[in-house]
Design a binder for this molecule. Structure first.
Ligand code: T5A
Length: 208
């Protein structure tokens, strides 16, 4: 048995620390874990990540370019890393996946959902996470945490309204997903990790 778990949420929600705790939990169950991040996770996808996060000195990055780069990176990662890992019986913990595009490019930038659906169909077909953990945080708090760990990149400088729309879109979609859990990420790190590991433990039990 294998499973692809996506960890979603705005900047500073705590996805990295949650993934470390989930990995430890899975390893206690003798499960081999592969961790990924999006955009990124293969040499080419990491190059796309640098490209998409970089500030191009006054050149406007169009919403179409940003969208296509996200799906190009995702296609590379899914075909070269995620599917092969799942085929070997490993579990995959993904720091972001397709729901990020729905929230950021769809909600944040205003790309129509039909456009996203067409691109998803072209690059992923029916491939989707088996379980999604969404770490919910107010943009102001998340961005303050992100600022605390370093300078904000091009996307992080998009403004509060962008992140408010992204969060609203996350909330709308997470409530409609069958295998998804929302976690209050405004709590302290330990509490967020505890809630996340409890949710994953519940998912694991349901698989056996
Ligand atoms: N993007 C991505 C799109 O627009 N579309 C897409 O389809 C995809 C896949 C990726 C960017 O690309 C965008 C979204 C992003 O803007 P990234 O650097 O990977 O860039 O961005 P994030 O994933 O958002 O990175 P962050 O590091 O900001 O988020 P995390 O992983 O959620 O946060 P984390 O764990 O690194 O924590 C950040 C800081 O907060 C502290 C940590 O110690 C750290 O300093 N922290 C807490 N402090 C107090 N209490 C807690 N509960 C805390 N949790 C973490």
């Amino acid at each position: 048995m294998s499973a692809f778990i996506a960890i979603e949420g705005l900047e500073g929600a705590g996805k990295s620390s949650v993934i470390a705790a989930l990995k430890a939990l899975l390893e206690k169950h003798d499960i081999t874990v592969v961790t990924t991040r999006e955009p990124g996770g293969t040499p080419m996808a990491e190059a796309i990540r640098d490209c998409v996060k970089k500030d191009w000195e006054g050149e406007r990055v169009t919403q179409q370019t940003e969208l296509l780069l996200m799906y190009a990176a995702r296609s590379q990662l899914v075909e070269n890393v995620i599917k092969p890992a799942l085929d070997k019986g490993n579990w995959v913990l993904g720091d972001r996946h397709d729901l990020s595009s729905v929230a950021y490019q769809g909600g944040g930038r205003g790309v129509p959902l039909e456009t996203l659906a067409a691109l998803r169909q072209m690059t992923l077909g029916e491939f989707a996470p088996d379980f999604t953990l969404y770490l919910d945080i107010e943009p102001e708090l998340g961005l303050a945490r992100a600022r605390g760990r370093g300078e904000l990149d091009r996307i992080e400088q998009a403004g509060l309204g962008f992140f408010e729309r992204a969060r609203a879109t996350y909330l709308e979609h997470i409530n409609a997903l069958p295998n998804a859990v929302l976690i209050d990420a405004s709590q302290g790190i330990k509490a967020v990790q505890n809630d996340a590991t409890a949710a994953l433990e519940h998912f694991i039990k349901g698989q056996s």
